[in-house]
Design a protein around this ligand. Structure first.
Ligand code: BGC
Length: 422
């Protein structure tokens, strides 16, 4: 008689296996699955802070990382997962898109956590508003990124005999000197969202905050088709002179590494770039420099990362609520933002442990909020809905890469892009 042919033996085995399985089940931690696109060196260090904090509280973390700067690919993957009825527990969703997901009825509420933790008092009203759908919290902010920054390698600037540029004219002049000294003036990655990131800073510098607001937030056709828009587009295109021939398709963090290594002098990018300088062990203000994008000292284009919560049940919901609570606690806000390059989403934290760039960001955030220079980033999903943003990206990137499209034509297309989406 073989072992398996023995019915008693078989039953005993089955029982033992079932017992072991239920044992594993009962000790297995409740888990959250979190979708994000934090995959560069600095971003991954930051995401790890949240994973470790969750694990320290006894919860499991299933990482759902989808590479691709700016998050377009992540959003496509999220849509297909949600459509198949299997969304993650939480996902990095921003600005007006939170409302779009809320309207689909797919988000779960966080009101109990929000009340217990006093979010209404903790968060600036402008931030809290974005996190609510139909009056309930459905998302939690992790940080505030500033998009209009210029980063530079001080050794390259010194070799070219130039200072950090403060106006667009100075940027072009410094760029020329850097080129003559044998370096790439401006590191850039030719991807639509990076083109749009640079474009919005140029538009802000050449047109001013009010114009930025009219054109890229209110989508006013007059502003979109105006002389000022044409001028901004032309200046933006001139920046190609400062970029290198191999920029097409390059990831943003590779562009940042060119500044870190000293093959390029500068980069126009949001302060997630600071996460890369930090991960490389460099000191802000000494081994790398930061300044408001030339000509935008009085403005702050904000980009708030947030985790929106999907409607989930049981243990997963319990873990999800813990995740939401942890995100706004000082421990997470400090450790995450030190690694990420951003500033905390809650304004009450002590900034003395942060570097000079983060401190400047916090000061500028508060100053521009009072003086009226605080504007949402179009390129990073804070200003307009995703379809309009996509249409504007197409115009910006096609114009930037076209040999013969005139700025007038690009401005006309900009008006159409905004109208088609209304
Ligand atoms: C996000 C950042 C991210 C960056 C690059 C931005 O849209 O807000 O968190 O680091 O894209 O991927």
């Amino acid at each position: 008689m073989t072992l398996l042919a023995n019915p008693f033996r078989k039953t005993a085995l089955a029982l033992a296996t079932a017992a072991a399985a239920s044992l594993t089940f009962s000790v297995q931690a409740a888990e959250v699955e979190v979708l994000h696109w934090w995959t560069s060196g600095g971003e991954a260090r930051a995401a790890n802070v949240l994973k470790e904090l969750m694990e320290a509280e006894g919860y499991g973390w299933e990482d759902f990382a989808v590479a691709g700067g700016g998050g377009e690919t992540a959003m496509t993957v999220l849509k297909s997962r949600a459509m198949s009825g299997n969304p993650p527990s939480a996902a990095q969703i921003k600005g007006p898109e939170i409302q779009e997901w809320g309207e689909l009825g797919l988000l779960g509420e966080l009101d109990e956590v929000a009340e217990a933790e006093g979010w209404d008092e903790l968060l600036p009203p402008t931030v809290a508003d974005v996190m609510r759908h139909n009056g309930s919290y459905v998302a939690v902010p992790v940080n505030v990124h500033r998009v209009n920054w210029l980063w530079a390698n001080p050794q390259v600037l010194a070799a070219a005999g130039v200072e950090m540029p403060t106006t667009l004219d100075e940027l072009f002049a410094a760029g020329e000197a850097i080129r003559e000294a044998g370096y790439i003036p401006l590191a850039h990655g030719g991807q639509a969202w990076q083109d749009a990131t640079v474009f919005e800073s140029v538009l802000l510098a050449s047109g001013g905050t009010e114009f930025y607001q009219q054109a890229l937030v209110e989508l006013d056709p007059e502003a979109l088709g105006s002389e000022r828009m044409i001028e901004a587009l032309e200046t933006f295109k001139r920046l190609r002179e400062l970029m290198d021939a191999d920029m097409s398709g390059r990831d943003w963090n590779i562009a940042t590494s060119m500044v870190i290594e000293g093959s390029a002098g500068m980069q126009l990018m949001g302060d997630w770039a600071k996460g890369e300088f930090t991960a490389a062990g460099l000191t802000a203000g000494e081994e790398y420099l930061c300044a408001a994008a030339p000509g935008t000292q009085d403005a702050f284009t904000f980009n708030i990362d947030s985790l929106a919560m999907f409607r989930v049940e049981g243990e997963e919901r319990e873990a999800q609520q813990a995740l939401a609570r942890l995100v706004l606690e000082p421990t997470f806000q400090e450790a995450f933002n030190l690694a990420k390059g951003s500033i905390p989403a809650r304004p009450d934290l002590d900034m003395s442990g942060f570097d000079v760039c983060a401190q400047q960001s916090m000061d500028d955030f508060q100053r521009t909020a009072e003086e009226g220079g605080l504007v949402p980033s179009m390129a990073h999903g804070m200003a307009v809905r995703a379809d309009v943003q996509g249409a504007i990206f197409d115009v910006v990137t096609n114009y930037f890469n076209s040999r013969d499209m005139a700025a007038e034509e690009a401005a006309r297309r900009m008006v159409n892009a905004a109208q088609a989406a209304l």
